[in-house]
Structure formats: C-alpha cells, structure tokens
Design a protein around this ligand. Structure first.
Ligand SMILES: Nc1ncnc2c1ncn2[C@@H]1O[C@H](COP(=O)(O)OP(=O)(O)OP(=O)(O)O)[C@@H](O)[C@H]1O
Ligand SMILES: [Mg+2]
Length: 496
C-alpha cells in the first residue's frame, strides 16, 4: 500500500478511523478567517518529522487552523461519554476537537477549537485565545517537567469573535499524542450496551498500547483485567508526578482522563503558588471536588468508573477490584519516590532496613509538608531554594521563607542527618527534579494580555523557559520569583 505523502513531511494512516462509524463522525474542520501564528513548538514538529520549511509556511498556518485540508488527513470527531463532577453526564464527544489522523509513527494530530461537530451540544465548536495559550504552554511545560502529556504543535489565532463572558477571539491548538482515547470512550459503549464496540475498543487499545496484556498470566490470563491494572498503574504514576510538582488539573472528569495516563485537557489548571493542600483552582468547582489534595482519590474514583465500564469484558467484580488495587500500591510508593528525589534522598542509608529507612523518610516528608502548609510557603521556590542550599551548604535562603522558624529550624538538622547518613544524591540532581520555572497563573495571564494585543513575545519567552524548566535561564529571574499580589485574584473557570 502506498501511503499518501505531503510536502509537510507527514505520512498518514488512520487506525482509529478504521474502528468504524460507531466510534466517530467524519467531517472537515470549519475554516477560520485570516489565521495568524501565535506560537509553534519546534520540538513537537521534530517529533512528528515535520518539514521545517513547511512548518513555517502559510500553507501550514492554514492547515493547522483547519482552514485548508491537509493532504492525507481523514478528519473526524469521536464520540465519548463521561462523569462530570461525579455525575453521569451521558453522551459528550469531541465537540470542538477534530482528529486529522495518525502518522505512520503512531502519533495522532488533533485540532482543538476547529469548529462544530455532531457532539458540540449547543457549543460553538471554538476555543478562545486565552485558554488556548494556556493549553499550548502547559502541554509543553509538562513535557519539559518530564510529566506524561498530550503535546502542542502549534497555536494559531483569528480575529473571529467568540462569545464567552465577554467577546474574545478564536484560536486553534494543534495537539499531538499517541492516542486521545479517554476513560469516557469506554463508558460510552458500556452505558449504551454496545458490547461488540466496547470489546473492539478494548482490543484496539490493548493491541496498540498495552500489548503485554494479551500474553499476561495475571488474572488467569484475563487481558481486560490486565488492561485495567496497567491503566491504574500509569494513572497512579501520573498523579504522583502532579502532586510532587504542585499541579492542580481542575477538571478531572472521566472524559478528561487519558487511557494512556497522559495529562489531557488543560482548562482551569494551576501550578500552586503557596502550598495550600486544599487549593481549588477551578472557579466553577464550588464544592472543591477537584481540590489539589483530592486529586489522588478522584483519580481512583475515575478508575472505578473505568472498571465499571470494562466489567462486561473482565467478567466478574472481584477480578476488576483486584486489578484496581494496583493504584493503592503504586500511588504512595511513586509519590514517596518523587518526594525523596526532591529531597535529594536516594536509597536507604547502609545498614538500615528498607522499611525503617522508608519510615524515617516518610517522617521527613510529612514534616516538611506540614511546615509548608502551615505558612502557605511557595511550593516551587521552596524546593528550588532547598536544592541550591544543599549545593552551597547555606540554608539561609530556605529559612528566610518562614515567618515562624521554629519548625524549619528543627526539621533542617534531621534532614541534614539523613543526608549525612547517605547515600544522598548530589545536589545537582535535586536541581534536575525541582524546577525553577513553572507556568504560574500570573505568568500565563501576562502573556495572554500581550497576545490579545497581538504581541506574542510573552508566549515565546515562556515557551523557551518552560521547555527546559530546570535550567537557570539567566536574565529571567523575575519569572522564577514570587507571584505578585494580584495573582491570587485571577479567576480561572471552565469557560474556555
Ligand atoms: N465551545 C465548545 N463547543 C463545543 N463543544 C464544547 C465546547 N467546549 C466544550 N465542549 C465539549 O464539552 C465537553 C466537556 O468539555 P471539556 O471542557 O472537558 O473539554 P474540552 O476543553 O473541550 O476539550 P478536551 O477534553 O478535548 O481537551 C466536551 O465534550 C467538549 O468537546
Ligand atoms: Mg475535556
């Protein structure tokens, strides 16, 4: 078979499309008038093997806005359902995201904000520039932090008006992932009793992304239970990363949970400024369901919804429950591993039993978390300063972060004693896990306000910093500093 090639450098095949009409509707994106570039990610372009010259061309601008067809693409919108804020929401689907297809390297390209689809449910099919800048930057920021995520290729805008609380303008994010399948895709076919489609979807996901489940001996060779276990493990590992970097997703509905354990749907997310464990970043989340410290248990709840959907394939409840149990094992151990790395602690000191060493380290971790919570100490700055202080041996910049020094003055010697007992990682390695730059709300907001006046330099600078957030980037200290007072007044809702 000859695959269509385009001067873009993209070669396509369309495996999700081949699942059949029950899974999607084929349709073209709706063009936007006079699109312009807001930002491009060269890193994602390289991942796709895009021709660099084409990527800078007007043709690419139009194709990635959905304003001209891309040779070889077979655009479609997929159907899914889901639980939103804990309540069954029924059929949802790609109401504004259109899949262009899959490259021969197995990466799917999707345009978010590319117009109405049969799943738009009264929405306009568009995304506004403001939220698209946040999605574009945070996708690449998460990748820079080493956290699994959908990637962003480009961000294009148009002066076409879009009504939200106020009149805004439209934008399109071209995003890239091995798959955009969500828990909600499975819930959709389970809830509608489409057993054959449910099985076809699970088989497709196993064959493409979890082939080891097919040959497993676990659960008596039950591939679907093995799939649930594998997804639970990936989700647990993802949540451990979110919690350790202070990332609040904001809208962890089951339709925003990736079957691959990727971070997906950058809506009302926030990186914590001060460490407030109960922080609610989504202004629309009045009950605090998706508060920062609720995220690990919400992910587990969402996995139960996935388990329920997979039940007809798994066969019995006990097997499903035991497959889910991996979450409770992986999340705490991954979280502790990440926190120990943040503290620069490696394997247990020589001569110490693993369990004993873990208990000591847990005390250190709990201790520092309660100190940070008590004073709402800045999460990112604390960890970065601690890394620098371990390197220099001068802890003054760390203790300066606390008004009441009693607690930190007691904690630091215990921490030093643990490190002296070794083996500790070099401080240099702490600097590789404790970022200097994260996409704080106020940084995004400043870039958005410039972009709304057609100055895209703020987006470009942030992209550079966030692509390598562990580097020093001299000259950009202000972007690694404390948030200004007005940052706490920014209200981010589901409106996007
Ligand atoms: N402006 C809109 N027009 C049409 N559908 C929309 C619009 N905004 C959201 N939706 C749909 O509402 C549902 C929930 O939206 P949610 O905010 O979780 O997703 P999203 O931000 O659109 O996209 P994604 O999850 O693909 O990143 C989805 O089915 C989504 O496609
Ligand atoms: Mg969504």
């Amino acid at each position: 078979m000859t695959l269509p090639t385009d001067i873009s450098g993209l070669r396509w095949h369309h495996r999700f499309a081949m699942l059949g009409a029950a899974f999607h509707t084929r349709l073209q994106p709706t063009p936007l008038p006079e699109p312009y570039w807001v930002a491009r990610s060269d890193a994602t372009a390289r991942l796709l093997g895009l021709d660099a010259q084409w990527f800078a061309s007007d043709e690419a601008l139009e194709a990635l806005t959905g304003s001209r067809p891309l040779a070889g693409a077979e655009p479609l919108a997929s159907v899914y359902s889901g639980h939103q804020f804990g309540v069954w929401a029924g059929q949802l689907g790609d109401g504004r995201a259109i899949l262009l297809g899959e490259t021969t390297d197995g990466l799917e390209v999707q345009l978010k904000g590319a117009g109405r689809t049969p799943y738009s449910r009264g929405g306009d099919g568009r995304a506004v520039l403001r939220s698209s800048i946040r999605e574009f930057l945070c996708s690449e920021a998460m990748h820079g932090l080493g956290i699994p995520t959908t990637r962003a290729l480009s961000l294009t805008g148009s002066d076409q008006r879009v009504r939200r609380e106020t009149l805004e303008t439209a934008a399109v994010v071209a995003r890239v992932a091995p798959s955009f399948i969500r828990f909600g895709h499975f819930e959709h076919f389970a809830a509608s009793g489409q057993d054959a489609e449910l099985r076809a979807l699970a088989d497709y996901v196993i064959e493409r992304y979890y082939p080891a489940c097919r040959s497993t001996e676990r659960f008596g060779g039950n591939a679907y239970a093995a799939l649930l276990e594998a997804v639970s493990e990936r989700t647990a590992a993802l949540l451990a990363q979110w919690q350790s970097v202070g990332f609040c997703h904001g809208v962890m509905n089951t339709d925003n949970m990736s079957i691959l354990g990727l971070t997906i749907d950058y809506g009302p997310f926030q990186f914590l400024d001060g460490f407030d464990p109960g922080h609610i970043c989504n202004h629309s989340d009045t009950s605090g369901r998706y508060a920062f410290n609720q995220q690990p248990s919400v992910a587990y709840w969402n996995l139960h919804a996935l388990a329920q959907a997979l039940l007809p394939l798994i066969g019995d409840k006990e097997t499903a429950v035991s497959a889910l149990a991996s979450y409770k094992r992986v999340f705490p151990s991954e979280f502790d591993r990440r926190m120990r790395a943040k503290l620069g602690l490696d394997t247990p000191p020589p001569g110490t039993a693993v369990a004993e060493a873990e208990a000591t380290d847990r005390l250190l971790i709990d201790g520092v978390l309660s100190l940070l919570a008590a004073e709402r100490t800045d999460w990112t700055i604390f960890w970065r300063r601690l890394s620098v202080a371990v390197q220099s041996g001068d802890m003054a910049a760390v203790t300066d972060l606390f008004i009441d020094r009693t607690g930190i003055d007691a904690w630091l010697p215990a921490y030093a004693a643990r490190r002296a007992a070794g083996p500790a990682q070099a401080a240099g390695r702490m600097l590789q896990v404790n970022p200097k730059f994260v996409l704080r709300n106020h940084l995004g907001q400043e870039a958005i306000e410039l972009a709304q006046n057609k100055d895209f330099s703020g987006v470009a600078i942030l992209l550079t910093l966030l692509e390598s957030p562990f580097d020093d980037h001299p000259g950009h200290e202000a972007m690694a500093g404390f948030p200004p007072d007005w940052a706490s007044t920014i209200e981010i809702s589901c409106s996007s």
